[in-house]
Design a protein around this ligand. Structure first.
Ligand SMILES: Nc1nc2c(c(=O)[nH]1)N[C@H]1C(S)=C(S)[C@@H](COP(=O)(O)OP(=O)(O)OC[C@H]3O[C@@H](n4cnc5c(N)ncnc54)[C@H](O)[C@@H]3O)O[C@H]1N2
Ligand code: MOO
Length: 395
């Protein structure tokens, strides 16, 4: 058994990287850049106005009031610009190029217009209302580095670089194998007195999709070695990462590791000193990664959040530690001391404070739905009182 930090370090050190593909920008959300995004033009492309108003020569407004002749207009996208000669001004709009001769824009609320003459009476403020050419970025500059996970904000920068397509890592294909004789398709369990709805694979697939994975199938399998070995072979052919749930512990029907034995499974780790999720394991068979999650639903989802999320970021070229951004928050209620396993307490927000859930059972499903946060508590951590600070992670 290894510690949580060691397990994270082993994931961070994995060599697996998904292939690279070119995709259009409107498919880029959540994808991880394989190459830097380099600006192919300056932004702004010229000195442009930041406001709607009048482009002027500041020297003409040294003494107020002043009257300037209107010499033309400048709209965004207009190729030919009128010149702002002495004692002249040009009507200008936000984003439009500043015409030659002008060195300031006066907003329209501060002037009065009388046909072809504009009157300036009010004192000019400090702002010139001009965005200089290249003030945002210059052609040739790197706007986004390889490894960046694209979101609504960074996609704006990618498009602004004047790219229609970008190079990203392929989403690792994830197959989820849920093992257990008792498991039934949701909607059918009540027909048998001993069946339970197979729930975990749905959450694991959803989490994979959330963290750059491409769910490539969920399969419900009985605890039968022949069936399991066949399913393991098929999954290794079709996926980059196989997540197998249940059968991770020491029960007589716990076959999750053995089913990958004929495919030459080698372990990266087995068991991590965490609570819940201790039986989690990671291995490699026929060049594919296999993550084993405990069957208990809360344990499975906690282990998926702690290991599957960074693993998928790693495989798709991102920074695995960015999946585990712990931050400090204040407890609404106390927590007991921790013994020999690093503990991840399920909690929710109570206003801006952290409320540990009363049900900490690793088999819980109702409390799992309410668990917005994981509170990280190290081995041997002393009890904490309400009002004290703890490290939390969005679950
Ligand atoms: N003697 C020991 N027993 C157990 C140990 C141990 O160290 N020694 N570890 C315990 C811990 S910790 C955990 S966690 C569980 C995990 O065991 P498994 O991964 O073998 O899980 P299963 O036995 O297959 O199932 C546990 C529980 O979860 C239900 N389950 C399983 N899969 C699903 C699914 N896909 N959807 C919904 N529910 C599922 C299953 O019916 C069981 O109730 O082992 C402890 N035991
Ligand atoms: O690790 Mo188990 O997940 O404690 O129930």
């Amino acid at each position: 058994m290894i510690g949580f930090d060691e397990a994270c370090a082993r994931i961070a050190a994995l060599p697996e990287r998904a292939a690279v593909e070119c995709i259009p920008l409107d498919q880029a959300a959540g994808r991880i850049l394989a190459t830097d995004i380099v600006a192919s033009l300056d932004a702004p492309r010229a000195d442009v106005s930041a406001m709607d108003g009048y482009a002027v020569r500041e020297a003409d407004l040294a003494r107020l009031p002043a009257r300037l002749r209107l010499a033309g207009e400048s709209f965004p996208g207009q190729p030919d610009l009128p010149e702002v000669g002495e004692r002249a001004c040009v009507r200008i709009f936000t984003g439009a190029p500043v015409p030659p001769g002008a060195d300031r824009v006066v907003i329209q609320e501060q002037v009065t217009r009388d046909g072809g003459v504009v009157r300036f009476e009010r004192p000019l403020g400090p702002a010139r209302h001009i965005r200089p050419r290249g003030g945002d970025f210059r052609a040739g500059e790197i706007l986004l580095a390889a490894g960046t996970r694209l979101d609504a904000r960074s996609i704006v920068a990618a498009a602004a670089a004047d790219l229609s397509e970008i190079e990203v890592h392929c989403r690792p294909r994830v197959i989820v194998l849920a093992t257990g004789d008792e498991l039934a398709e949701p909607g059918t369990a009540r027909a048998s007195p001993v069946a339970i709805p197979e729930s975990v694979s749905f959450g694991v697939a959803a989490m994979a999709a959330q963290w750059s994975g491409a769910p490539a199938g969920r399969y419900r399998l009985p605890d039968d070695s022949g069936v399991l070995e066949h399913a393991a072979r098929a999954a290794l052919d079709a996926a980059d990462l196989i997540v197998v749930t249940g059968g991770a512990s020491v029960g007589e029907k716990d076959h999750a590791k053995a089913m990958f034995g004929p495919a030459g499974l080698e372990f990266i780790f087995t068991k991590v000193a965490i609570k819940p999720g201790k039986p989690v394991w990671l291995g490699r068979a026929r060049g594919k990664l296999v993550l084993g999650l405990p069957g208990n639903p809360t344990s499975a989802l906690v282990a998926a959040r702690l290991f599957l999320a960074p693993l998928l970021l790693r495989m798709s070229g991102g920074d695995p530690s960015s999946a585990l951004c712990w931050r400090e928050a204040v407890l609404a209620e106390g927590l007991p001391a921790v013994r020999d396993r690093e503990t991840f307490v399920r909690a929710c927000w109570a206003g801006n404070r952290v409320m540990p859930l009363s049900d900490q059972d690793s088999g819980a499903q109702r409390a799992l739905a309410a668990a917005e946060l994981l509170v990280r508590r190290g081995i041997g951590a002393p009890a904490r009182a309400a009002g004290e600070t703890v490290d939390v992670l969005d679950f």
